[in-house]
Design a protein around this ligand. Sequence first.
Ligand code: GDP
Length: 227
Amino acid sequence: MKALRLLIAVEQARDKEEQRQHERQFGVSLGMDAEPEDSIDEPRGTSDEPDPGSFTHRFVLDVRAHPPLPRPTVHYTEDSALFALRREILSQRTFSIVKPDAVRKGHTGAILAQIEKAGFKIVSIKRMSISKAQAEGFYYVHAARPFFRELTEFMSSGPIFPMVLEKDNAIADLRKLMGATNPAQAEEGTIRKKFAASIGENAIHGSDAEETAAFEIGYFFAGIELK
Ligand code: GDP
């Protein structure tokens, strides 16, 4: 009980000192002083004031004389702060799929190597097959297009490798690395130029905007799979 009273007294002295500091600095009260001055020092429901000269009393006086330093709210080491900054400001995530045609032809390894060589980190990847209905959900924005049926049948025709990639400017850089939708128009050296056979069977998918990337990542991956 005595320890509790000591704790309450110390906390109250600190709070009060913080209020005073705040008022001195900003000229505005924190609004915690609504109670009369006297009642703040005194634990509610008791009239116990530390005995003058006692350890408790000296402790409270000491806290008042040496107010606590401002308490930092976030504790970062230099490395973790830089890491957080990099993640938040420089890095971007995008979503990609090695499509069924490329998997069937055994191009998965070469495509992943090209992606890594271009500086992307593979945050998460898995091998899976999807149903036609799942492909329709993924490509819902193309539902009205004449190739929708062909596209969704193709995407559900065999295993794929969906993945989440990270680097600065990931979305635009992956689109560049992929090349044009139609491989006949894709630039030399791009993934579609090297590995795609036609506009329909074009080896790789990549998100085209931040909102699309967010939707597509969430369509294939749970948060726990994305470190
Ligand atoms: P992407 O962003 O470059 O993949 O191209 P789009 O978003 O315009 O189209 C999505 C996917 O639909 C393409 O990657 C192709 O697989 C497919 N697609 C687009 N146009 C055609 C087309 O004219 N015919 C067929 N069969 N498929 C197409």
